[in-house]
Design a protein around this ligand. Structure first.
Ligand SMILES: [Zn+2]
Length: 144
C-alpha cells in the first residue's frame, strides 16, 4: 500500500541530518550555530543573523495540533487509496515557532486514515513517533 508515496531525498545536504535523526528516533531541528535560532524547514542561512553556520539540536518531540486539513481528490494515486486522511501542523512545545507537517495516527505504523478527522481538535497535545517507508523514516504524531 505504501508505494508511490512522495519521499524525501536523503542525500539533500540541507536536510540529510534531519532524516538521519529520524532514522535514530530523534526529532532534530536545524539551529543557527551563530545565534542559536531554530528554523524549520532546514535552509542554508539564518533569517535572524544571516549566518550560514549550522548545527542540529534534539527536540522533546512534543507539541500541539496547530491546524489540520482533510485532503480531498484529486490526489496522487498512493494518497487517493487512503483518502480521507488527515494532515496536521504541529507546533513544538520547545519553540511554538517551529512547526512540522505530518499525520496524526493511532500508532507509529498505523494507517494515516485511522483517526477520524472529526475527532481532531486544535491545541490537542501530540508526540512524535517514527514510521519506516522504504529506506526513509518519517516522523508522525500520536495523541499524547
Ligand atoms: Zn542566526
Amino acid at each position: 500500500m505504501e508505494t508511490g508515496w512522495l519521499l524525501p531525498d536523503l542525500e539533500d545536504p540541507e536536510s540529510n541530518e534531519f532524516w538521519a535523526g529520524c532514522a535514530r528516533g530523534e526529532l532534530l531541528v536545524q539551529a543557527c550555530a551563530a545565534c542559536g535560532a531554530w528554523r524549520m524547514p532546514p535552509r542554508p542561512m539564518c533569517a535572524v543573523c544571516r549566518s550560514t553556520a549550522v548545527r542540529w539540536e534534539p527536540t522533546t518531540g512534543r507539541g500541539r495540533v496547530w491546524s489540520f486539513i482533510v485532503p480531498h481528490p484529486p490526489l496522487l494515486p498512493a494518497f487517493a487509496e487512503v483518502a480521507p486522511y488527515n494532515s496536521i501542523i504541529v507546533e513544538l512545545d520547545d519553540d511554538p515557532g517551529i512547526r512540522f507537517v505530518g499525520n496524526l495516527v493511532a500508532s507509529a505504523h498505523g494507517a494515516i486514515n485511522e483517526i477520524d478527522p472529526a475527532t481532531i481538535t486544535i491545541g490537542e497535545p501530540v508526540r512524535v513517533v517514527f514510521h519506516h517507508i522504504e529506506d526513509v523514516t518519517l516522523p508522525r504524531w500520536v495523541r499524547a
